[in-house]
Design a protein around this ligand. Structure first.
Ligand code: COA
Length: 168
């Protein structure tokens, strides 16, 4: 997963300083501050945070993962025709955010690649793709850069067939 020796990506824990995390996107800040711990307790998702080394409590960025499925009819026809008609198993990258002061420094890429690699290591259950509903159209190019495809043309809903991801 993450290969940056300085950056540690681990599960959100109680010593992490959630209240000071600011990405500039209030819904994402509010989620980690107010809701993430409850959702983890209820087993609705897992949340991973990036910090400067294992001991630091300052959150540089985070992402959340949970299970979902994709209705086959939502997939592009050329992909759907090779798949069964029932819901296709997927993992939802529910949220992804980097601290505003250090955006555009590669942390978003590290977190996204870590999330994809983490999901790819799961071999006890079948997972066809990662899906994401981008916050808005401005963020869509960020995901397209890593091989995500549109679920519906020009929408914010994207998916990445895990087989197609080969980044080291
Ligand atoms: C979107 C976000 C996660 C990207 O993280 P980041 O650390 O700023 O991005 P990185 O530095 O890792 O960028 C990696 C690449 O994606 C590109 N990129 C970053 N943000 C982008 C955006 N909004 N649109 C298009 N490309 C973007 C970068 O230019 C870079 O490409 P390059 O290597 O060719 O220069 C971060 O800016 C963020 O948290 N924004 C506010 C919250 C948000 O919008 N979250 C997304 C929820 S769907």
């Amino acid at each position: 997963m993450n290969n940056d020796p300085k950056l540690s990506i681990q599960k959100l824990q109680s010593h992490h300083n959630k209240s000071s995390f600011k990405s500039g996107e209030s819904s994402l800040d509010n989620y980690i501050q107010q809701h993430a711990s409850q959702d983890i307790k209820r087993n609705l998702c897992k949340v991973y945070v990036a910090t400067n080394g294992l001991d630091s409590s300052d959150i540089l960025g985070y992402y959340s993962l949970s299970s979902q499925s994709i209705a086959c009819k939502k997939l592009p026809p050329d992909i759907a025709k090779k798949l069964p008609r029932y819901p296709i198993p997927a993992v939802l990258l529910g949220r992804l955010a980097v601290s505003q002061s250090i955006q555009k420094n590669g942390i978003g890429e590290l977190l996204l690649v870590d999330a994809i690699k983490r999901v790819k290591t799961i071999d006890q259950i079948g997972i066809y793709a990662m899906i994401v509903d981008a916050l808005n159209m401005n963020v869509v190019p960020f995901y397209l850069k890593y091989g995500f495809l549109y679920l519906e043309a020009n929408s914010t809903q994207l998916f990445l067939p895990l087989k197609s991801f080969n980044k080291k």
